[in-house]
Design a protein around this ligand. Structure first.
Ligand code: ZN
Ligand code: FE
Length: 253
């Protein structure tokens, strides 16, 4: 399975899953760079996979579907302009043209209907999970996001995460403040600085790396609970309380 990042806006990635004929596009927030990319390679879009309703993820759908007849999968409980195949999570999306299948996972938190798409060792996780960060809780509760991230954590650790934003360097800043003694985090920082210097995406990243470095997946670690406790000024237990504290901490950072 070939996956290519198409940069859009300031820091979004539209992920294209493709061969030399067909492409699936994840979260096309604007049409022009996508149409240009497809045309340059003479590729035909065969599906649009949408994770959630925010403009930087859905803004290009109408113009793409005006040029190409293509099914648009997305959350049933959100307004997806041009959406044709509403999903609630649990469904399998079959893409015959590429011989691929992706499972829709309900991951509420950033938005209530947010979906991730999992298949072939890859997770297209939209704004639920970023490298060393996670989405802001615009609609959901800490409890919902904690459950969503717990679900992601249970996937095979070699799963490659294709997040929708290049936020890694900024996120590392905060992660290192929470956990300055985490050697895996320092290693990831060096790697990310090098990639950015070369103008390359820091994604995808393996779930295993994120479990070792991402404070929003490390809520069960005593080191993170200690940092949350110091920040709050009263005892915070590992788990949901630690997740909620660290999320609020980053919001105010
Ligand atoms: Zn969003
Ligand atoms: Fe976004």
């Amino acid at each position: 399975m070939k996956v290519t990042a198409i940069p859009t806006f300031r820091d979004n990635y539209v992920w294209a899953i493709h061969n030399d004929q067909s492409a699936i596009l994840v979260d096309p927030g604007e049409a022009a760079p996508i149409l240009t990319w497809l045309e340059a390679r003479q590729l035909h879009p065969v599906a649009l996979l949408i994770t959630h309703h925010h403009a930087d993820h859905v803004g290009g759908i109408r113009e793409i579907t005006a040029h190409h007849e293509v099914p648009v999968y997305g959350p049933a409980s959100e307004t997806i302009p041009g959406g044709t195949h509403p999903l609630r999570g649990g469904e399998t999306v079959q893409i015959r043209e590429l011989g691929l299948a992706f499972q829709a996972l309900a991951t509420p938190g950033h938005t209530l209907g947010h979906l991730c798409y999992f298949g072939h060792g890859a997770l297209f996780c939209g704004d639920t999970l970023f490298s060393c960060g996670c989405g802001r809780l615009f609609e959901g509760t800490p409890k919902q996001m904690h459950a969503s991230l717990t679900r992601i954590k249970a996937l095979p650790s070699d799963t490659l995460l294709y997040c929708a934003h290049e936020y890694t360097l900024d996120n590392l800043d905060f992660a290192l403040m929470v956990e300055p003694g985490n050697s895996a985090l320092h290693k990831r920082l060096a790697q990310v600085q090098e990639l950015r210097k070369q103008g390359k995406p820091t994604l995808p990243v393996s779930l295993g790396t994120e479990i070792a470095t991402n404070p929003f997946l490390r809520f069960d670690e005593p080191s993170i609970a200690v940092a949350a406790t110091q920040h709050a000024g009263y005892p915070i237990q590992p788990g949901l309380a630690t997740f909620a504290t660290v999320r609020a901490w980053k919001d105010g950072h």
